[in-house]
Write a protein that binds this ligand. Sequence first.
Ligand code: F3S
Length: 394
Amino acid sequence: MHLNREEERMLAGEDGHATQKAMQILVALGKIYGAAQMVKVTSVQVSGVSYKNLGDAGLDFLNQLAVDGKARVKTTLNPAGMSLTDWRSQGISAGFAEKQLAVIDAYRRLGVEISCTCTPYLAGNEPGFGQHIAWGESSAVAYANSVIGARTNREGGPSALAASLTGRTPLYGLHLEENRRATHSIEVGVPLWYPEDFAAMGYFVGEAVKDGIPRFKGIRRASLEELKSLSAALASSGGVAMFQIEGITPEWGLGTDKIESIPFTSKDLAETGAKLNDSGEPDFISVGCPHCSLSELATIAKLLEGRKVTREFWVCCSREVKRQSDDAGYSGAIEASGAKFAMDTCMVVAPIEEMGYRVVATNSAKACHYLRNNGLRVRFLSLEECVQKATRHS
Ligand code: F3S
Protein backbone atom coordinates (compact mmCIF):
# COMPACT_ATOMS: atom_id res chain seq x y z
CA MET A 1 0.00 0.00 0.00
CA HIS A 2 1.43 3.35 -1.02
CA LEU A 3 1.78 5.97 1.72
CA ASN A 4 2.86 9.55 1.06
CA ARG A 5 5.57 11.21 3.17
CA GLU A 6 3.13 12.69 5.67
CA GLU A 7 1.47 9.29 6.17
CA GLU A 8 4.87 7.59 6.50
CA ARG A 9 5.73 10.14 9.19
CA MET A 10 2.52 9.39 11.07
CA LEU A 11 3.23 5.66 10.86
CA ALA A 12 6.75 6.20 12.18
CA GLY A 13 5.33 7.92 15.27
CA GLU A 14 6.65 11.40 14.45
CA ASP A 15 3.21 12.93 15.09
CA GLY A 16 2.77 11.17 18.42
CA HIS A 17 1.62 7.85 19.77
CA ALA A 18 -2.13 8.18 19.06
CA THR A 19 -1.59 9.18 15.43
CA GLN A 20 0.83 6.28 15.01
CA LYS A 21 -1.68 3.83 16.51
CA ALA A 22 -4.41 5.26 14.25
CA MET A 23 -2.26 4.93 11.14
CA GLN A 24 -1.39 1.34 12.08
CA ILE A 25 -5.12 0.53 12.25
CA LEU A 26 -5.75 2.13 8.85
CA VAL A 27 -2.79 0.45 7.16
CA ALA A 28 -3.86 -2.95 8.51
CA LEU A 29 -7.39 -2.32 7.23
CA GLY A 30 -6.09 -1.13 3.88
CA LYS A 31 -4.01 -4.27 3.47
CA ILE A 32 -6.95 -6.54 4.31
CA TYR A 33 -9.15 -4.85 1.68
CA GLY A 34 -6.44 -4.34 -0.93
CA ALA A 35 -6.44 -0.52 -0.85
CA ALA A 36 -3.75 1.00 -3.07
CA GLN A 37 -3.51 4.22 -1.05
CA MET A 38 -5.18 6.46 1.52
CA VAL A 39 -7.75 9.14 0.72
CA LYS A 40 -8.34 12.31 2.74
CA VAL A 41 -11.69 12.56 4.48
CA THR A 42 -13.68 15.71 5.20
CA SER A 43 -15.75 14.42 8.10
CA VAL A 44 -16.00 11.58 10.57
CA GLN A 45 -18.90 10.17 12.59
CA VAL A 46 -17.73 7.99 15.47
CA SER A 47 -19.94 5.17 16.74
CA GLY A 48 -19.20 3.05 19.80
CA VAL A 49 -20.06 5.63 22.43
CA SER A 50 -22.37 3.89 24.90
CA TYR A 51 -20.53 2.45 27.88
CA LYS A 52 -23.01 -0.44 27.58
CA ASN A 53 -21.17 -1.51 24.41
CA LEU A 54 -17.66 -0.21 25.11
CA GLY A 55 -17.08 -1.53 28.62
CA ASP A 56 -13.84 -0.83 30.51
CA ALA A 57 -11.62 -2.10 27.68
CA GLY A 58 -13.10 0.46 25.29
CA LEU A 59 -12.75 3.24 27.85
CA ASP A 60 -9.06 2.35 28.44
CA PHE A 61 -8.42 2.40 24.67
CA LEU A 62 -9.94 5.89 24.38
CA ASN A 63 -8.00 7.20 27.36
CA GLN A 64 -4.73 5.95 25.84
CA LEU A 65 -5.46 7.72 22.55
CA ALA A 66 -6.53 10.89 24.35
CA VAL A 67 -3.07 11.35 25.87
CA ASP A 68 -1.77 12.99 22.68
CA GLY A 69 -4.40 12.36 19.95
CA LYS A 70 -6.48 15.11 18.31
CA ALA A 71 -9.17 15.06 15.63
CA ARG A 72 -7.88 16.54 12.34
CA VAL A 73 -11.28 16.89 10.63
CA LYS A 74 -14.82 17.63 11.76
CA THR A 75 -15.74 14.68 13.94
CA THR A 76 -19.13 14.09 15.52
CA LEU A 77 -20.31 11.45 17.96
CA ASN A 78 -23.06 8.85 17.97
CA PRO A 79 -25.56 8.62 20.87
CA ALA A 80 -24.32 7.66 24.33
CA GLY A 81 -25.99 5.36 26.84
CA MET A 82 -27.81 8.22 28.60
CA SER A 83 -28.60 11.90 28.51
CA LEU A 84 -25.42 13.70 29.54
CA THR A 85 -27.39 16.13 31.70
CA ASP A 86 -30.69 14.47 32.69
CA TRP A 87 -29.54 10.90 33.30
CA ARG A 88 -31.01 10.80 36.79
CA SER A 89 -34.55 11.46 35.56
CA GLN A 90 -34.01 8.73 32.94
CA GLY A 91 -33.46 6.22 35.74
CA ILE A 92 -29.75 5.61 34.96
CA SER A 93 -27.62 4.30 37.81
CA ALA A 94 -24.81 6.46 39.23
CA GLY A 95 -22.27 3.72 38.46
CA PHE A 96 -23.19 3.60 34.77
CA ALA A 97 -23.30 7.41 34.57
CA GLU A 98 -19.80 7.76 36.00
CA LYS A 99 -18.35 5.44 33.35
CA GLN A 100 -20.36 6.99 30.53
CA LEU A 101 -19.21 10.50 31.46
CA ALA A 102 -15.60 9.23 31.50
CA VAL A 103 -16.08 7.98 27.92
CA ILE A 104 -17.45 11.38 26.88
CA ASP A 105 -14.57 13.15 28.61
CA ALA A 106 -12.06 11.06 26.62
CA TYR A 107 -13.79 11.94 23.34
CA ARG A 108 -13.83 15.61 24.34
CA ARG A 109 -10.06 15.53 24.96
CA LEU A 110 -9.68 13.93 21.53
CA GLY A 111 -11.31 16.99 19.97
CA VAL A 112 -14.53 15.18 19.01
CA GLU A 113 -17.73 17.27 19.00
CA ILE A 114 -20.02 15.88 21.69
CA SER A 115 -23.04 15.91 19.39
CA CYS A 116 -24.29 12.46 20.45
CA THR A 117 -26.67 11.94 17.55
CA CYS A 118 -27.12 9.32 14.84
CA THR A 119 -28.46 11.94 12.42
CA PRO A 120 -25.36 14.15 12.16
CA TYR A 121 -26.64 15.33 8.76
CA LEU A 122 -29.48 17.12 10.62
CA ALA A 123 -27.14 18.63 13.18
CA GLY A 124 -24.31 20.38 11.37
CA ASN A 125 -22.23 17.49 9.95
CA GLU A 126 -23.45 17.67 6.36
CA PRO A 127 -21.03 16.33 3.75
CA GLY A 128 -21.45 17.18 0.07
CA PHE A 129 -21.90 14.99 -3.00
CA GLY A 130 -18.76 13.02 -3.85
CA GLN A 131 -16.91 13.88 -0.64
CA HIS A 132 -14.96 11.12 1.07
CA ILE A 133 -15.97 10.68 4.70
CA ALA A 134 -15.55 8.00 7.38
CA TRP A 135 -18.77 7.39 9.25
CA GLY A 136 -19.55 4.60 11.69
CA GLU A 137 -23.27 4.84 12.41
CA SER A 138 -24.82 2.34 10.01
CA SER A 139 -28.08 4.24 9.35
CA ALA A 140 -26.15 7.46 8.71
CA VAL A 141 -23.70 5.60 6.45
CA ALA A 142 -26.58 4.35 4.29
CA TYR A 143 -28.14 7.83 4.26
CA ALA A 144 -24.86 9.61 3.42
CA ASN A 145 -23.92 7.26 0.57
CA SER A 146 -27.40 7.02 -0.89
CA VAL A 147 -29.24 10.28 -0.29
CA ILE A 148 -26.31 12.71 -0.18
CA GLY A 149 -23.93 10.86 -2.51
CA ALA A 150 -20.96 11.20 -0.13
CA ARG A 151 -18.59 8.21 0.00
CA THR A 152 -18.03 6.13 3.09
CA ASN A 153 -17.57 2.55 4.10
CA ARG A 154 -19.37 1.27 7.16
CA GLU A 155 -16.66 2.00 9.71
CA GLY A 156 -16.23 0.39 13.08
CA GLY A 157 -15.61 2.59 16.13
CA PRO A 158 -11.78 2.24 16.07
CA SER A 159 -11.41 2.75 12.30
CA ALA A 160 -13.63 5.85 12.30
CA LEU A 161 -11.65 7.31 15.19
CA ALA A 162 -8.41 6.44 13.40
CA ALA A 163 -9.68 8.35 10.35
CA SER A 164 -10.40 11.32 12.58
CA LEU A 165 -6.92 11.33 14.14
CA THR A 166 -5.16 11.12 10.75
CA GLY A 167 -7.70 12.79 8.43
CA ARG A 168 -7.56 9.74 6.14
CA THR A 169 -9.08 6.38 5.37
CA PRO A 170 -7.94 3.55 3.06
CA LEU A 171 -9.26 3.95 -0.49
CA TYR A 172 -11.42 0.87 -1.05
CA GLY A 173 -15.06 -0.27 -1.06
CA LEU A 174 -17.65 2.47 -1.45
CA HIS A 175 -14.97 5.14 -1.91
CA LEU A 176 -14.55 3.74 -5.44
CA GLU A 177 -17.23 4.33 -8.05
CA GLU A 178 -17.05 0.79 -9.42
CA ASN A 179 -18.26 -0.54 -6.06
CA ARG A 180 -21.28 1.77 -5.91
CA ARG A 181 -23.24 -0.03 -8.61
CA ALA A 182 -26.58 -1.67 -7.86
CA THR A 183 -26.53 -5.41 -7.19
CA HIS A 184 -30.30 -6.06 -6.90
CA SER A 185 -33.35 -4.48 -8.46
CA ILE A 186 -36.29 -4.13 -6.06
CA GLU A 187 -39.60 -3.95 -7.90
CA VAL A 188 -41.86 -2.07 -5.49
CA GLY A 189 -45.44 -3.08 -6.26
CA VAL A 190 -47.20 -1.42 -3.35
CA PRO A 191 -47.76 2.27 -2.56
CA LEU A 192 -45.76 3.44 0.46
CA TRP A 193 -47.54 6.13 2.47
CA TYR A 194 -45.65 6.43 5.75
CA PRO A 195 -42.09 6.27 7.11
CA GLU A 196 -43.07 2.97 8.78
CA ASP A 197 -43.85 1.52 5.32
CA PHE A 198 -40.36 2.47 4.17
CA ALA A 199 -38.94 0.96 7.35
CA ALA A 200 -40.77 -2.35 6.82
CA MET A 201 -39.65 -2.47 3.20
CA GLY A 202 -36.06 -1.74 4.24
CA TYR A 203 -36.21 -4.54 6.78
CA PHE A 204 -37.48 -7.00 4.17
CA VAL A 205 -34.91 -5.95 1.55
CA GLY A 206 -31.97 -5.85 3.99
CA GLU A 207 -32.64 -9.50 4.85
CA ALA A 208 -32.80 -10.39 1.16
CA VAL A 209 -29.73 -8.55 -0.19
CA LYS A 210 -27.45 -8.74 2.90
CA ASP A 211 -24.59 -6.31 2.09
CA GLY A 212 -25.62 -5.70 -1.52
CA ILE A 213 -26.73 -2.41 -3.09
CA PRO A 214 -30.47 -2.49 -3.83
CA ARG A 215 -31.95 -0.24 -6.50
CA PHE A 216 -35.65 0.50 -5.83
CA LYS A 217 -38.01 0.93 -8.75
CA GLY A 218 -41.59 2.14 -8.48
CA ILE A 219 -41.25 4.72 -5.68
CA ARG A 220 -42.70 8.06 -6.78
CA ARG A 221 -41.65 10.21 -3.83
CA ALA A 222 -39.82 9.89 -0.54
CA SER A 223 -39.46 12.43 2.27
CA LEU A 224 -36.31 12.92 4.33
CA GLU A 225 -37.97 11.04 7.20
CA GLU A 226 -38.88 8.12 4.94
CA LEU A 227 -35.34 7.93 3.56
CA LYS A 228 -33.98 8.06 7.10
CA SER A 229 -36.23 5.16 8.17
CA LEU A 230 -35.36 3.17 5.06
CA SER A 231 -31.62 3.69 5.63
CA ALA A 232 -31.83 2.46 9.23
CA ALA A 233 -33.91 -0.61 8.41
CA LEU A 234 -31.75 -1.72 5.48
CA ALA A 235 -28.65 -1.43 7.64
CA SER A 236 -30.10 -3.42 10.54
CA SER A 237 -31.62 -6.59 9.04
CA GLY A 238 -28.81 -6.60 6.46
CA GLY A 239 -25.47 -4.89 6.07
CA VAL A 240 -26.64 -2.46 3.40
CA ALA A 241 -24.41 0.64 3.26
CA MET A 242 -25.86 2.13 0.09
CA PHE A 243 -29.08 1.99 -1.92
CA GLN A 244 -30.47 3.71 -4.97
CA ILE A 245 -34.02 4.86 -5.74
CA GLU A 246 -34.80 5.37 -9.40
CA GLY A 247 -35.40 9.04 -10.10
CA ILE A 248 -34.73 10.09 -6.50
CA THR A 249 -31.21 9.38 -5.18
CA PRO A 250 -28.31 11.06 -7.00
CA GLU A 251 -26.48 7.92 -8.19
CA TRP A 252 -29.47 5.79 -9.15
CA GLY A 253 -28.10 5.22 -12.63
CA LEU A 254 -24.98 3.35 -11.49
CA GLY A 255 -25.07 -0.36 -12.36
CA THR A 256 -26.40 -2.54 -15.14
CA ASP A 257 -29.87 -3.92 -15.59
CA LYS A 258 -28.57 -7.50 -15.48
CA ILE A 259 -29.05 -7.85 -11.77
CA GLU A 260 -31.25 -10.06 -9.63
CA SER A 261 -34.82 -8.79 -9.43
CA ILE A 262 -36.77 -8.99 -6.15
CA PRO A 263 -40.47 -8.06 -5.94
CA PHE A 264 -41.83 -6.23 -2.89
CA THR A 265 -45.60 -6.66 -2.60
CA SER A 266 -48.42 -5.63 -0.28
CA LYS A 267 -48.20 -9.14 1.21
CA ASP A 268 -44.47 -8.62 1.98
CA LEU A 269 -45.28 -5.25 3.59
CA ALA A 270 -47.96 -6.78 5.83
CA GLU A 271 -45.90 -9.86 6.72
CA THR A 272 -42.81 -7.83 7.61
CA GLY A 273 -44.91 -5.57 9.85
CA ALA A 274 -46.35 -8.63 11.58
CA LYS A 275 -42.91 -10.19 11.96
CA LEU A 276 -41.72 -7.11 13.86
CA ASN A 277 -44.50 -7.42 16.43
CA ASP A 278 -44.35 -9.47 19.62
CA SER A 279 -47.21 -9.92 22.05
CA GLY A 280 -47.73 -7.81 25.17
CA GLU A 281 -48.82 -4.36 26.20
CA PRO A 282 -45.95 -1.83 25.95
CA ASP A 283 -44.56 -0.37 29.19
CA PHE A 284 -42.10 1.85 27.32
CA ILE A 285 -42.74 3.84 24.16
CA SER A 286 -40.05 5.55 22.13
CA VAL A 287 -39.82 7.29 18.77
CA GLY A 288 -36.83 8.82 17.06
CA CYS A 289 -34.73 5.95 15.72
CA PRO A 290 -32.86 7.41 13.90
CA HIS A 291 -33.09 10.66 15.87
CA CYS A 292 -36.13 12.79 15.01
CA SER A 293 -36.13 15.56 12.45
CA LEU A 294 -37.76 18.92 13.18
CA SER A 295 -40.73 17.93 11.05
CA GLU A 296 -41.25 14.77 13.13
CA LEU A 297 -41.15 16.85 16.33
CA ALA A 298 -43.81 19.13 14.83
CA THR A 299 -46.04 16.10 14.19
CA ILE A 300 -45.45 14.67 17.67
CA ALA A 301 -46.22 18.05 19.26
CA LYS A 302 -49.50 18.20 17.35
CA LEU A 303 -50.45 14.67 18.37
CA LEU A 304 -49.64 15.34 22.04
CA GLU A 305 -51.32 18.77 22.26
CA GLY A 306 -53.55 18.82 25.35
CA ARG A 307 -52.84 15.17 26.27
CA LYS A 308 -50.94 13.53 29.14
CA VAL A 309 -48.71 10.51 28.80
CA THR A 310 -49.47 7.58 31.09
CA ARG A 311 -46.35 5.52 30.36
CA GLU A 312 -42.66 6.26 29.91
CA PHE A 313 -42.41 7.95 26.51
CA TRP A 314 -39.04 8.96 25.03
CA VAL A 315 -38.73 11.26 22.03
CA CYS A 316 -35.15 10.81 20.83
CA CYS A 317 -33.44 13.66 19.01
CA SER A 318 -30.23 15.64 18.89
CA ARG A 319 -29.69 18.75 21.00
CA GLU A 320 -29.46 20.77 17.79
CA VAL A 321 -32.88 19.64 16.53
CA LYS A 322 -34.34 20.13 20.03
CA ARG A 323 -33.04 23.70 19.95
CA GLN A 324 -34.72 24.23 16.59
CA SER A 325 -37.91 22.74 18.04
CA ASP A 326 -37.74 25.18 20.99
CA ASP A 327 -37.41 28.09 18.55
CA ALA A 328 -40.29 26.79 16.42
CA GLY A 329 -42.52 26.38 19.49
CA TYR A 330 -42.96 22.57 19.26
CA SER A 331 -41.17 21.52 22.44
CA GLY A 332 -43.74 23.00 24.85
CA ALA A 333 -46.58 20.64 23.93
CA ILE A 334 -44.26 17.61 24.09
CA GLU A 335 -42.87 18.48 27.50
CA ALA A 336 -46.27 19.55 28.91
CA SER A 337 -47.62 16.08 28.10
CA GLY A 338 -45.00 14.43 30.32
CA ALA A 339 -43.12 12.88 27.38
CA LYS A 340 -39.35 13.10 27.78
CA PHE A 341 -36.92 14.40 25.22
CA ALA A 342 -34.16 11.78 25.14
CA MET A 343 -31.17 13.73 23.88
CA ASP A 344 -27.64 12.30 23.56
CA THR A 345 -29.07 8.78 23.67
CA CYS A 346 -31.81 6.42 22.46
CA MET A 347 -33.94 3.45 23.51
CA VAL A 348 -31.39 0.97 22.14
CA VAL A 349 -28.10 2.22 23.55
CA ALA A 350 -29.50 3.24 26.96
CA PRO A 351 -29.69 0.27 29.36
CA ILE A 352 -33.52 0.25 29.52
CA GLU A 353 -33.69 -3.53 29.95
CA GLU A 354 -31.82 -3.09 33.24
CA MET A 355 -34.37 -0.46 34.28
CA GLY A 356 -37.13 -3.08 34.36
CA TYR A 357 -38.93 -2.43 31.07
CA ARG A 358 -40.14 -5.46 29.14
CA VAL A 359 -42.19 -4.43 26.07
CA VAL A 360 -41.22 -1.45 23.90
CA ALA A 361 -43.44 0.19 21.29
CA THR A 362 -41.64 2.09 18.54
CA ASN A 363 -42.10 3.15 14.93
CA SER A 364 -38.57 2.01 14.00
CA ALA A 365 -37.78 -1.35 12.41
CA LYS A 366 -34.14 -0.87 13.38
CA ALA A 367 -35.05 -0.31 17.02
CA CYS A 368 -37.23 -3.45 16.99
CA HIS A 369 -34.31 -5.47 15.65
CA TYR A 370 -31.80 -4.34 18.28
CA LEU A 371 -34.22 -4.18 21.21
CA ARG A 372 -35.02 -7.84 20.60
CA ASN A 373 -31.29 -8.58 20.65
CA ASN A 374 -31.23 -6.82 24.04
CA GLY A 375 -33.86 -9.29 25.34
CA LEU A 376 -36.92 -7.01 25.11
CA ARG A 377 -40.23 -7.67 23.37
CA VAL A 378 -41.26 -5.14 20.73
CA ARG A 379 -44.31 -3.63 19.04
CA PHE A 380 -43.77 -2.02 15.64
CA LEU A 381 -46.41 0.72 15.37
CA SER A 382 -46.97 3.94 13.46
CA LEU A 383 -46.03 7.26 15.04
CA GLU A 384 -49.71 7.98 15.74
CA GLU A 385 -50.19 4.55 17.35
CA CYS A 386 -47.11 5.10 19.52
CA VAL A 387 -48.60 8.35 20.81
CA GLN A 388 -51.94 6.61 21.42
CA LYS A 389 -50.20 3.88 23.45
CA ALA A 390 -48.26 6.45 25.43
CA THR A 391 -51.40 8.40 26.36
CA ARG A 392 -53.78 5.47 26.97
CA HIS A 393 -55.68 5.32 30.26
CA SER A 394 -55.71 1.58 31.08
FE1 F3S B 1 -29.89 6.09 16.41
FE2 F3S B 1 -30.17 4.57 18.47
FE3 F3S B 1 -31.57 4.11 16.32
S1 F3S B 1 -28.28 5.33 17.73
S2 F3S B 1 -30.30 4.80 14.64
S3 F3S B 1 -31.71 5.94 17.62
S4 F3S B 1 -30.55 2.58 17.56
